[in-house]
Design a protein around this ligand. Structure first.
Ligand code: ARG
Length: 458
């Protein structure tokens, strides 16, 4: 059934119907559509725009439809243009005349704006819960690995020793920021567009604040034209999700590298690895690769929506129907990626010995050797040059700084004494770095404690 047609003298072209229809994807928010309608009708009843009896009949009808769709008794038919038409038509066919009053003081423009907001609000909560779970996983790894030494990299070259707890802590910060961005988006979008009508409000004495309250919005929106054409919050959400994906993708890239034979820092659990159809020895990090790969489609959704919106004059235009499919796809993708990545991380095993050996073999303690000289009165620039010579010597002999004899040290600089070994030991290098945010165990422990408080209170 069409909600319009009175002013038409012939049927629309079949291809036009198909092209125009959104029911194949907007049926996703059937529940939100009914919830919005129930709130609208409750308000119409309270304002005396509908009689008590009409209001009760409509609400009973809508509740029945909700139950029947839920149980599978009522199947959403895609012969309708959109979910709004389907629900209204079903209501009218079930309860007759009062059903025709459901749409009083409302347009599909404010209705779809509402439905999309209701749907998005729920999804933001869901995304947030998944991120919270991921943060628990990361913090658990941090707690167990305050003294697991590994190389920290810059330019993908071994740079200075850090710990696994420290490395994981960087991702904790990223996903924590992601949660706060989602919360910001939620806060800004949480205003109710219902009652804005097609674009210019209505002539009925609606109580928009009451409807907003019924649907747990902070308040009703301020401008009816903006209400029906605002999709900013979707752009923001897609931006938030793009950042989540960017973080997951960087993390995935590290897991892929760490899982390679060359690094051997981690082993992905069998439950989260896949095999090759030809090479029997292979265990591939497909989950991490797919997460990295799916980042592209989420960025794509952001670009797509921004481009769709850029030339649209006020107020509602049909272009806006294009806000849905890619947003839905992006939400599904991000939720799936967080869950899969989280599962992979929870079950991964870390090869602590390989990590520590890698840190030792990469001259990650060279800065500490220079600091040793500085502490014995050598100017930093000279110390830098001396340690450069040590490294060159070691590279030539295929050894680590820790493996040089004291005579070899003294031959390059007489300032070196026996305590150099202690000064450049991995444990010392990390333990001395205890400024806030550094990998030293004391500073790491206080961050972990802060994380625990955050996880408890959020
Ligand atoms: N399916 C439409 C959408 O998603 C619903 C609003 C239709 N409004 C209209 N004036 N045709 O945007």
């Amino acid at each position: 059934m069409k909600l319009w047609g009175g002013r038409f003298t012939k049927d629309t072209n079949e291809l036009v119907d198909q092209f125009n229809a959104s029911i194949s994807f907007d049926q996703r928010f059937w529940k939100e559509d009914i919830e919005g309608s129930i709130a609208h009708v409750t308000m119409l009843g309270r304002q005396g725009i509908l009689s008590e009896d009409e209001k009760d009949q409509i609400i009973a009808g809508l509740t029945g439809i909700m139950q029947d769709i839920d149980s599978g008794k009522l199947v959403i038919s895609d012969e309708n243009e959109d979910i709004h038409s389907f629900i209204e038509a079903t209501l009218i066919s079930r309860i007759g005349e009062p059903g025709k009053k459901l749409h009083t003081g409302r347009s599909r423009n404010d209705q779809v704006a509402l439905d999309m907001k209701l749907y998005t609000r729920n999804e933001i909560k869901e995304l947030d819960e998944r991120l919270l779970h991921l943060l628990h996983t990361i913090n658990n790894i941090m707690k167990d690995n305050v003294e697991t030494y590994m190389p920290g990299f810059t330019h993908l070259q071994k740079a200075q020793p850090v710990t696994l707890a420290h490395h994981m802590g960087a991702y904790f910060e990223m996903f924590k920021r992601d949660r706060s961005r989602l919360a910001d988006t939620f806060k800004r979008m949480n205003t109710c567009p219902l009652g804005s009508g097609a674009l210019a409000g209505t002539t009925y004495p609606l109580d928009r604040e009451y409807t907003a309250e019924l649907l747990s919005f902070d308040c009703a929106t301020n401008n009816s034209m903006d209400s029906v054409s605002d999709r900013d919050y979707l752009v923001e959400l897609l931006g938030d999700m793009s950042l989540i994906m960017m973080h997951l993708s960087r993390f995935s890239e590290e897991i892929i590298l760490w899982n390679s034979n060359e690094y051997g820092f981690v082993e992905i659990d069998d439950a989260y690895s896949t095999g090759s159809s030809i090479m029997p020895q292979k265990k591939n990090p497909d989950i991490a690769e797919l997460v990295r790969g799916k980042t592209g489609r989420v960025y794509g959704a952001l670009m797509s929506l921004l481009t769709t919106l850029k030339g649209i004059p006020l107020a509602y235009n049909k272009d806006m129907q294009e806000d849905k499919e890619m947003t839905f796809d992006a939400i599904d993708t991000v939720k799936g990626c967080i869950a899969l990545f989280d599962g992979m991380l929870e079950t991964i095993s870390f090869n602590n010995d390989n990590m520590e050996a890698s840190a030792k073999n990469g001259f990650t303690n060279a800065t500490d050797a220079a600091d040793y000289l500085v502490n014995h009165g050598v100017a930093f620039r000279d110390a830098h040059g001396i340690v450069g010579q040590l490294v060159l010597y070691c590279v030539d002999k295929g050894i680590a700084l820790d493996d040089m004899t004291i005579e070899e040290y003294k031959a390059i600089s007489p300032v070196f004494e026996e305590d150099i070994y202690e000064a450049i030991a991995m444990k010392t290098c990390v333990e001395k770095r205890n400024t806030k945010g550094a990998p030293g165990p004391a500073s790491m422990m206080s961050i972990i404690e802060e994380n625990e408080t955050y996880l408890k209170n959020n």
